[in-house]
Design a protein around this ligand. Structure first.
Ligand SMILES: Cc1cc2nc3c(=O)[nH]c(=O)nc-3n(C[C@H](O)[C@H](O)[C@H](O)COP(=O)(O)O)c2cc1C
Length: 185
């Protein structure tokens, strides 16, 4: 399979910019992500992808958007167990509480958080776009591992692949973490 999806909701375009930059980051690593607006994705498509990046801005009072994104995402939760995912979104005045809570709920559902959750304050600036691309890059390393595992048919990733993947993804992780640290409001 080895497929990556980026699924997002965006009211004013900021999270959409992040989604497209994540897909660009995947593209820069030589593969392709399928990008879906939330209304074009459903739980029945979860099994089609090895890795899914979900994006939703902070809405309500540190909540996920509840008229388009949540109706799509809630049924997906039943398929999160063991799924490699990444979370991202834009926000304004908060401190990222909506993203922390969302990540915790996904962990509780059994999801594997494949890259640091990524937030951008309003419209992503150049550094935010770089962090989005780094997120896309780290997702490619994850499916790279899956591909190699599929090649040799072994159910567990050989340790050497994990080590190579880990080393290759360090730079991307550092870019994401540096961005998140710089954003305290
Ligand atoms: C109804 C509404 C509720 C919001 N609630 C929050 C919030 O709780 N915390 C926050 O940091 N930003 C909040 N915001 C700001 C949005 O997250 C921010 O404008 C974001 O950039 C929107 O992303 P989008 O362009 O992808 O829709 C809210 C915006 C709206 C319109």
């Amino acid at each position: 399979m080895n497929k990556i999806a980026v699924v997002y909701f965006s009211g004013t375009g900021n999270t959409e910019m992040m989604a497209n930059a994540i897909a660009d980051g995947v593209g820069e690593k030589g593969t392709k992500a399928d990008v879906f607006a939330a209304e074009d994705f459903s739980a029945s498509m979860m099994d089609d992808y090895d890795v899914i990046a979900f994006g939703c801005p902070a809405m309500g009072d540190e909540e996920l958007e509840d008229s388009v994104f949540l109706p799509m995402f809630e049924p997906c939760r039943a398929k999160l167990n063991g799924k490699q995912i990444a979370l991202f979104g834009s926000y304004d005045w908060g401190d990222g509480e909506w993203l922390r809570n969302w990540e915790q709920r996904c962990r509780d559902d059994g999801a594997v958080i494949a890259a640091d959750s990524l937030k951008c304050n309003l419209t992503p600036d150049d550094e935010g776009i770089a962090a989005c691309k780094a997120t896309g890059g780290s997702l490619v390393y994850i499916i790279g591992c899956s591909a190699l595992t599929a090649l040799d048919g072994r159910p567990k990733r050989p340790r050497v692949y994990n080590i190579i993947s880990f080393l290759l993804s360090i730079q991307d992780s550092q870019t994401i973490r540096a961005h998140n640290k710089g954003r305290t409001r």
